[in-house]
Design a protein around this ligand. Structure first.
Ligand code: SF4
Length: 217
């Protein structure tokens, strides 16, 4: 992986997706924390629908810490895995209240001690609300990084380490948004839209769809 190739990929993605931002709606660290936990195995669009109502009712970590689990389960049911998510969000916010005075902590070390918070969620927060450089490997970033040979491991934490090595640190957060956006809009899981892909010439993925055939017809 040459530095020139990475720079080329990132600048083509920047040109293609100047509007790349997190799809999840949030106004503060607490809302992003809750939205990111809800987003596991669920589309961001569905999460936004649910949080549109949720965030009007729950404003502080204490609000989540005090809700009855059964009530909360019903409120987030449509995001899937709702029992586990409800348990984690309530437990997580209890710790935010008890250990961090109601404020979501802003370091990886503290964030990953919270129930339901792994490296991906922690990196989403660090990169998008705490002004740090971070690479959050979600399903889209994972897939695109491997297809474009930016990473080869089959484990999200290892892919994060690989991307951190290959991408200059000052570009981690932005690169992650660009790669994720490419995965959502073009390099989609089942049938990537290779015929409109801006990095097609730099892609050697076996999953690439034969665009010569398509365009000749
Ligand atoms: S050419 Fe196809 S597989 Fe390769 S990055 Fe583009 S959309 Fe993805």
């Amino acid at each position: 992986m040459t530095e020139v190739r990475i720079q080329k990929i990132l600048s083509l993605l920047e040109e293609a997706y100047p509007d790349a931002v997190l799809v999840l709606h949030y106004r503060n660290p607490l809302e992003l924390l809750v939205a990111t936990i809800l987003a596991a195995q669920c589309t961001d669009e569905r999460v936004n629908k649910v949080t549109g109502t949720l965030f009007k009712k729950y404003k502080t970590a204490k609000d989540y810490a005090n809700v009855k689990q059964k009530v909360f389960e019903e409120e987030i049911r449509s995001t899937g895995f709702y029992k586990n998510k409800a348990k984690n969000i309530i437990a997580c916010n209890k710790e935010v209240v008890e250990r961090f005075g109601g404020n979501v902590p802003d370091t990886m070390e503290d964030l990953v001690t919270l129930p339901g918070v792994g490296r991906k969620t922690a990196n989403v927060l660090l990169g998008n609300v705490f002004g740090k450089q971070a690479i959050a490997v979600d399903t889209h970033v994972f897939r695109v990084a491997r297809r474009l040979e930016l990473a080869k491991f089959n484990d999200p934490d290892k892919v994060e380490q690989e991307l951190c090595k290959t991408i200059p640190q000052e570009k981690w957060t932005r690169s992650c948004l660009l790669i994720g956006t490419h995965g959502r809009r073009t390099c989609i899981a089942r049938k990537p839209l290779c015929n409109v892909c801006v990095v097609e010439k730099l892609c050697n993925s076996p999953e690439k769809i034969n665009i010569t055939k398509c365009t000749l017809k």
